[in-house]
Design a protein around this ligand. Structure first.
Ligand code: GLU
Length: 483
C-alpha cells in the first residue's frame, strides 16, 4: 500500500481518532488537520472515529464539541463518524481469533497475585511488567470457572523497527513489550486492541497522531502482524508520530499556558477558523518560510516530510497576527454576522457590514472588531471612558458647540464635505485638526480610539452624530463617573 518513504502507492485512508474529553484540544485539532490534509492531498479518504470506550467521560456533549470544532475548522469526513463503543463485539472476535491461533493466551492471575508480583518487582527495582506467568501454562491448571483475561503473546526475541514518516527509524527490543491485556475478564476489549481492529476495518493506510502514541505503535504492531499471519490482509500502516505542541516555556501545552480548547479560540479569543487552520498547519509543518497559506494551497502542498521532528511552541501573538490578516481578507458581510452574533440583539448587521472596511484594518480578533463597533449602537447619553471624559473640558465643549452649528447646516454628509467643513473651522480657530478630532471622537464614541472621525460621522449619520455632539457641547464638564 505504501512505499518505505511514506509516499503512498495506493488509495490513502487516514483517520482522526479523538477520545472525547470535553473539548477539542488544539493538539488534537492539529492532528485532525494533518490527517485531513494528507488524505485530501493524495485524493484519499479522511475518516473520523470517536474513541468513546470510556463511557464516563464520553458524554454526548463532549462528542458534540469535538464534531462542532472540526466542522468549524472546515474539516469534513468522507463517512459518518464511527463510534468505537459500537464495535466491542468485533474487537472481542479478533481477540478470540488471536487466542485460537496461538497468538494470545488466557491469563488467570487474580488481582491479588498481580499486586504481589508488582510489589516484588518494586522491591527488586526491576521494571514493573506482567511476568508472563500464564504464557506457557495449560489453562486446565486454573480452577474451574475462574475468570481470565486474554493477553497478547508478544514475541520475546528480536526487535521491532518502525520507519516512522516523521520520527525516522525507531527500534524497540521485543522483550521490552509486555504481554498486555486484549480482552478483560468481563469480555470488554482494551483500548490497544480496539484501535488496531478499527484501523484495520476502516482500511486506514496512514496513522498520523501525536508522538505520545509512539510507544503504543510497538504494542499495536504485534497484533497487526499476528492477524496478518493468521488471515492476511493486515498490512502495517505507515506511522507518522507528530511532536506535541508545547507552550512558550517549552513544557507540554496545558491549561496553564492559556486556552487549549478550539472553542475557546473561537468564542473567547475571537479567532477566525481560517486563521486557526493556517496557524495549526504552520505549527509543526513548514514549506520554506511561508506563513500565510490558504486552505487550497495547504491541500496542494501538504506532505509528511515537512513535519518537524522537534516540538512546536505555541505563540499566541503569531496566531493573532495571522488572525488580523484573515480578518482583513474576510468578506464584510460575514464578519458583520459573526460580530452581530457576539454583540447580541442590539446590533444592526447592515450597519456593521458598512463599518467593516474601517473597523477591520486595525483588528486582530473578533473581540476587537466587536469592541470597535460598540460606538455604532451606543445609547445616549453615551458612557464615557475616563480618558474621553478628560478630553471634554470647557474649551473643547465650546468648540464642539460652534462646530455643531456649522455641521447642522451641512446637507452633504460625506467624508469629503465633512472634512472640508471641519478643516475650515479648525483653520479659523488656528487649531490643528487633531485638537478638534479628539474631543469630537470622545463626544461621538465615548472613547479615545475609533476609526477616522469622518468615517464615524458618516456611519452614525447626521442626526445621531449631531445629537451626540450636542449632548456634550451643551452640557457643563462632567466626570467619567456621572457621565
Ligand atoms: N484516542 C487517542 C487520543 O485521543 C488517539 C488514538 C490513536 O490515534 O491511535 O489520544
Amino acid at each position: 500500500m505504501a512505499s518505505d518513504s511514506g509516499a503512498p502507492t495506493g488509495k490513502v485512508v487516514t483517520r482522526f481518532a479523538p477520545s472525547p474529553t470535553g473539548y477539542l484540544h488544539i493538539g488534537g485539532a492539529r492532528t485532525a488537520l494533518f490527517n485531513w490534509l494528507f488524505a485530501r492531498h493524495h485524493g484519499g479518504r479522511a475518516l473520523l472515529r470517536i474513541e468513546d470506550t470510556d463511557r464516563k467521560r464520553s458524554t454526548q456533549d463532549a462528542i458534540d464539541k469535538i464534531i462542532d470544532g472540526l466542522d468549524w475548522l472546515g474539516l469534513d469526513y468522507d463517512e459518518p463518524a464511527l463510534f468505537q463503543s459500537d464495535r466491542a463485539e468485533r474487537h472481542a472476535e479478533v481477540a478470540r481469533r488471536l487466542l485460537d491461533n496461538g497468538h494470545a493466551y488466557k491469563c488467570f492471575a487474580t488481582p491479588e497475585e498481580l499486586e504481589a508480583m508488582r510489589a516484588e518487582q518494586r522491591a527488586a527495582k526491576v521494571p514493573m511488567r506482567y511476568d508472563r506467568r500464564w504464557r506457557d501454562r495449560d489453562p486446565v491448571e486454573a480452577p474451574e470457572g475462574a475468570p481470565y483475561v486474554i493477553r497478547l503473546k508478544v514475541p520475546t526475541e528480536g526487535e521491532t523497527t518502525i520507519e516512522d514518516a516523521v520520527q525516522g527509524k525507531v527500534t524497540v527490543k521485543n522483550a521490552e513489550i509486555d504481554d498486555y491485556v486484549l480482552l478483560r475478564a468481563d469480555g470488554t476489549p482494551t483500548y490497544m486492541l480496539a484501535v488496531v481492529v478499527d484501523d484495520h476495518d476502516m482500511g486506514v493506510t496512514h496513522v498520523i497522531r501525536g508522538d505520545d502514541h509512539l510507544n503504543n505503535a510497538f504494542r499495536q504492531l504485534p497484533i497487526i502482524r499476528a492477524m496478518n499471519a493468521i488471515e492476511g490482509g493486515w498490512p502495517d500502516p505507515v506511522y507518522a508520530h507528530v511532536p506535541l505542541i508545547h507552550g512558550p516555556d517549552g513544557a507540554k501545552m496545558s491549561k496553564r499556558h492559556g486556552a487549549v480548547g478550539v472553542e475557546a479560540y473561537r468564542d473567547d479569543e475571537g479567532i477566525l477558523p481560517e486563521a486557526l487552520f493556517n496557524y495549526l498547519l504552520r505549527l509543526g509543518w513548514g514549506h520554506g518560510d511561508r506563513e500565510e497559506i490558504s486552505r487550497e494551497e495547504a491541500v496542494a502542498l501538504f506532505d509528511l516530510s515537512g513535519v518537524g521532528k522537534g516540538p512546536a511552541r505555541f505563540d499566541i501573538k503569531k496566531l493573532q497576527n495571522l488572525n488580523g490578516h484573515y480578518i482583513r481578507e474576510a468578506d464584510d458581510a460575514r464578519l458583520a454576522s459573526i460580530v452581530a452574533e457576539k454583540l447580541g440583539s442590539s446590533a444592526d448587521e447592515k450597519l456593521l457590514a458598512k463599518a467593516m472596511p474601517v473597523l477591520k484594518p486595525r483588528a486582530k480578533s473578533i473581540n476587537e472588531l466587536s469592541e470597535g463597533s460598540q460606538f455604532l449602537f451606543a445609547k445616549r447619553p453615551l458612557e464615557m471612558t475616563e480618558k474621553a471624559a478628560a478630553l471634554l473640558d470647557d474649551e473643547a465643549r465650546a468648540r464642539l458647540a460652534e462646530l455643531s452649528k456649522m455641521l447642522h447646516l451641512q446637507n452633504d454628509w460625506t467624508i469629503e464635505a465633512l472634512e472640508a467643513t471641519t478643516k475650515t473651522y479648525a483653520e479659523a480657530q488656528e487649531l490643528g485638526l487633531g485638537k478638534l478630532a479628539q474631543p469630537m471622537r470622545a463626544a461621538l464614541t465615548g472613547t479615545t480610539t475609533s476609526p477616522g472621525i469622518f468615517d464615524v460621522l458618516v456611519l452614525l449619520g447626521k442626526e445621531e452624530s449631531l445629537a451626540r455632539i450636542d449632548a456634550q457641547a451643551s452640557s457643563p464638564a462632567r466626570s467619567a463617573q456621572d457621565a
